[in-house]
Design a protein around this ligand. Structure first.
Ligand SMILES: [Fe+2]
Ligand SMILES: [Fe+2]
Length: 272
């Protein structure tokens, strides 16, 4: 076993274009990435028709080789989540919902990798304070002997940076922002131990508005009348992810690298 643990983290997978892109890059990893990964995380809150996650898509994404699925505010959008969320051993939902919420907000993999999901507080639905939540978790779980990764699902970049610095002081080793679907170019390592990016971006239709159809999006903005959103049916796809390398001995993040690539699907792939 090498001394480095390499994690690949995909931004929000949006609808079928996102699932197809995820499947493609994970089934032919050597074509897209120069290195192998020890652990793969994907944010799946938009994986089924842009809203939520069905059990069928949950099982499909696991079969592609994803080890942990994180989520966000949209995780509740498909009704069948309530039927299977308590049986999944890979999916987490934001920890800082009310204690009555189904599912769990963190999971520990191989006694070593602790993945936590939190919702931000600025311009988001009111939830329990994420700063207080990470305080509680740092007291309850021993952060020192684990690689601690937080999916911080939030809108405001200033909040994400503030949270990452705070979490780093508590022993968190990576804070990866999700939710805005737009990849930021601010990846860095705080305190020589905590990897950070404001937003990892999304995986899905490239010719779109954050994965969704342009026509309904612009109509809603012009008229202010609710409009049904559909996943964009673009034949071009984008893949947004980050790779984080950790030292297995002291758990520190050593490196964070962004991936942002696009590709054109064949006619069969697009229509099939
Ligand atoms: Fe999302
Ligand atoms: Fe979200």
């Amino acid at each position: 076993m090498t001394q480095t643990l390499s994690v690949l983290f995909f931004g929000d997978i949006v609808g079928r274009p996102g699932r197809d892109a995820l499947s493609l890059v994970l089934t032919s990893q050597e074509k897209y990435f120069s290195e192998k990964f020890d652990f793969i995380i994907a944010n799946v809150e938009n994986a089924s028709h842009g809203f939520g996650l069905t059990q069928k898509n949950h099982d499909q994404i696991l079969s592609y080789g994803v080890n942990c699925m994180t989520s966000g505010n949209h995780i509740w959008d498909k009704k069948d989540i309530y039927q299977y969320i308590d049986t999944s051993d890979a999916l987490i939902r934001p920890y800082n919902y009310h204690k009555s919420a189904r599912g769990v907000g963190y999971r520990i993999f191989d006694d070593k990798i602790l993945v936590i999901n939190l919702l931000g507080k600025t311009f988001m639905q009111p939830v329990n304070c994420p700063f207080q939540a990470i305080d509680e978790l740092s007291e309850k779980l021993n952060f020192n002997d684990k690689i601690v990764i937080v999916d911080y699902h939030a809108e405001a970049t200033a909040e994400k940076i503030s949270f990452a610095r705070y979490a780093s002081s508590l022993g968190v080793n990576a804070v990866i922002g999700t939710h805005t679907h737009v990849q930021t170019a601010d990846e860095r390592i705080f305190d020589e131990k905590c990897a950070f990016i404001s937003d990892v971006g999304f995986t899905g239709a490239y010719d779109s508005v954050i994965g969704m159809d342009y026509e309904s999006s612009v109509k809603r903005l012009i008229t202010s009348i609710p409009e049904r959103f559909d996943v964009a049916s673009s034949s071009s796809r984008q893949i947004n992810a980050v790779q984080i390398k950790f030292d297995r001995v002291n758990n520190r993040a050593l490196e964070i690298k962004r991936f942002n690539f696009t590709y054109e699907t064949t006619k069969e792939e697009h229509e099939g």
